[in-house]
Design a protein around this ligand. Structure first.
Ligand SMILES: [Zn+2]
Length: 361
């Protein structure tokens, strides 16, 4: 079985200069669509489940679903990742159910909506890093609170995200603090806040530097050239998917996501994991609406779930190609978590700070 840790996968991505999309999963159809796309593109994948997904699908169903996907596609390295863990227990139980990687989002308190202070964030993240690294699992941390620079508002998604208004100091990750945070926590990957938010309604216009602060990524990458950066809320919300939904009875107000070329710019500056959920949700919804509109008498779920899977597969495959992930699945030999645990214990995976990438190797 080719299950891989986030750390090994992103180290490989950094070495070869590509990014890896992280697609959210809630059900079998999404799992099949992601793996069919990965297979067609020869791409390694990150599949992630939020707390909402774990309670929707049930941990046991998810565990066996991922086992099934790994058995069907033994040649595709699959990283199974906890999206936005809210406390240590969520991360620990994820690993118990076969996840190879967890996100400890200490930018918010355990209620997943109250912005937390820096010391709290360091403490919970460090706890999770210790626990995860003992067993070889990887950890993504987050510094800065995700939310819109246009409105200062958070986008509550899946029960996660702050409510209310924040200032730019909290909505933009501070590059100097990022160095301290990585040093103190030893996270494998760092999610940063730079104007992206969850859901479909990210921007009210095509984003520019005022609302999508790509310069923050470049600044952090300059200081932390060996840390893998993560972009959350990075669906592109393509116009054609909005149009299909609205053409077939949907009512989505006009909105803009993160342009693919901005993500590609991020990949040149250390972004290795790119979280995408909305685009896949929209692809599935548009395909289902089309079937319902054209065949109102249809009542066999397979008749609309199959086109939904096909639409999602097309989005996933396109992102594998756009982010440069395509072609690398066959070039990776996944290490078991036990081997990763030994590498952590030896200190060889500790953050290398203040060194250029070359000097660190
Ligand atoms: Zn997120």
């Amino acid at each position: 079985m080719a299950r891989i840790t986030l750390r090994q996968l992103l180290d490989h991505a950094a070495e070869y200069g590509y990014g890896v999309p992280a697609f959210n999963i809630n059900n079998m159809e999404q799992g099949l669509a992601i793996l069919e796309a990965a297979d067609a593109a020869d791409a390694p994948v990150i599949i992630q489940a939020s707390r909402g997904a774990r309670s929707y699908a049930n941990d046991i169903v998810l565990k066996h679903l991922i086992d099934a996907l790994a058995e069907m596609y033994p040649h595709i390295p699959i990283c199974m990742h906890q999206d936005h863990g809210n406390n240590e227990a969520t991360c620990a139980t994820a690993i118990q159910y076969g996840f190879t990687s967890v996100m400890m989002d200490g930018s918010l308190k355990a209620d997943a909506k109250t912005p937390a202070d820096y010391d709290y964030n360091v403490r919970v993240t460090r706890n999770v890093v210790d626990m995860a690294h003992w067993v070889g699992a990887s950890v993504e941390g987050e510094l800065g609170v995700l939310g819109s620079l246009e409105t200062g508002m958070g986008e509550k998604e899946d029960g996660h995200g702050f409510e209310g208004k924040l200032g730019h100091d909290q909505l933009l990750t501070d590059p100097d603090q990022a160095v301290e945070f990585v040093k103190a926590t030893e996270v494998d990957a760092l999610a940063i806040a730079m104007g992206t938010s969850h859901g479909a309604y990210k921007f009210t216009r095509k984003p520019d530097g005022d609302v999508l602060a790509m310069n923050v990524i470049e600044e952090i990458h300059r200081r932390l050239p060996n840390t893998h950066l993560v972009m959350h809320g990075s669906s592109s919300v393509p116009q054609e998917l909005q149009d299909i939904i609205n053409q077939y009875g949907g009512q989505m107000p006009q909105t803009w996501g993160v342009p693919v070329e901005e993500i590609q710019r991020g990949i040149k500056h250390g972004v290795r994991k790119i979280n995408i959920d909305t685009d896949n949700r929209m692809a599935m919804t548009g395909a289902i609406r089309k079937v319902f509109a054209e065949n109102p008498g249809e009542f066999d779920p397979r008749k609309y779930l199959k086109p939904a899977m096909e639409a999602m597969r097309a989005v996933c495959k396109q992102r594998f190609e756009e982010f440069g992930t395509a072609g690398y699945a066959s070039k990776i030999r996944p290490l078991p978590m036990s081997a990763m645990a030994k590498r952590y214990a030896s200190g060889e995976l500790a953050p290398k700070i203040g060194l250029t990438r070359q000097a660190a190797e």
